[in-house]
Design a protein around this ligand. Structure first.
Ligand SMILES: Cc1cc2nc3c(=O)[nH]c(=O)nc-3n(C[C@H](O)[C@H](O)[C@H](O)COP(=O)(O)O)c2cc1C
Length: 225
């Protein structure tokens, strides 16, 4: 695949075939991802690829705790509810996804079901939990580095025929993930990425999210023309 095919073709995948992902393929994809730049080449990241019973236990624990109303306990600082333009963009992608899945905005049950799918990591065969060294906590640079590597990860997956969605929901109940993925005490959980072979018959997988026009996000200073 050409670079443009990957960058322009990739989209978040939320429906997966019931098909295991070979470890060698994951190794290859993670190897590509780790070509990401990092501050002073510190490479503070760790990847915990979780599948099978361990992942099912995470899904179950996440679901139970969320249904029981256990407050979120992420290990990185979180924003509150979005408002203004950020809320508008958040809502726009939700509308696109719900339209694709034929979920009416008024249908609270099906919306809740969709949210629960997210806590189950969209029933993906693999979840890659991305962590960084605890010794670099209280410093936003390692988090920046993890963002870079996760972006490489989802694009590398796409280039090899896999689909992925970065899934903040999946690590909201971090003690569950920590226990069943066996995260060592000297690592902080950053996020997880649900991954697998994309289903062709899952409408949300075809949703192409919008982007702000380049001229809205860039300012040029000191250019002649
Ligand atoms: C930090 C982060 C957390 C995310 N968490 C979720 C999530 O919990 N559930 C979900 O469905 N998508 C999640 N996403 C995916 C975004 O919704 C998605 O990337 C965005 O809407 C753009 O769509 P695209 O990836 O298809 O281009 C997350 C993305 C990022 C970067």
């Amino acid at each position: 695949m050409e670079f443009d095919d990957v960058i322009l073709g990739r989209r978040s995948i939320r429906g997966f075939k019931d098909e295991p992902v070979p470890q060698d393929l994951l190794r290859e994809v993670i190897g590509l991802a780790t070509r990401a730049p990092s501050s002073m080449n510190t490479q503070p990241w760790y990847f915990h690829a979780v599948a099978g019973d361990a992942l099912d236990r995470i899904r179950q624990g996440n679901t139970e705790r969320n249904l029981a109303g256990v407050p979120a306990s992420r290990e990185i600082r979180m924003h509150g509810p979005y408002d203004g333009v950020h809320r508008e963009r958040q809502k726009a992608i939700a509308v696109q996804l719900f339209d694709a899945m034929d979920i009416a905005w008024s249908d609270k049950e099906r919306r809740k079901d969709w949210v629960l799918r997210g806590f189950r990591q969209f029933d993906a065969p693999v979840s890659i939990v991305v962590c960084f060294d605890k010794s670099l906590d209280n410093n936003d640079i390692a988090i920046f580095d993890c963002g870079a590597v996760v972006n490489c990860l989802v694009n590398a997956a796409w280039s090899r025929g896999l689909g992925a969605v970065i899934n903040g929901q999946g690590i909201m109940q971090s003690p569950v993930v920590r226990e069943h993925a066996g995260i060592p005490d000297d690592q902080i959980i950053m996020s997880c990425v649900a991954m697998g072979f994309p289903r062709d018959d899952f409408a949300a997988n075809d949703v192409v999210s919008t982007r702000r026009p380049v001229d809205d996000v860039v300012s040029f200073v000191g250019f002649d023309g």
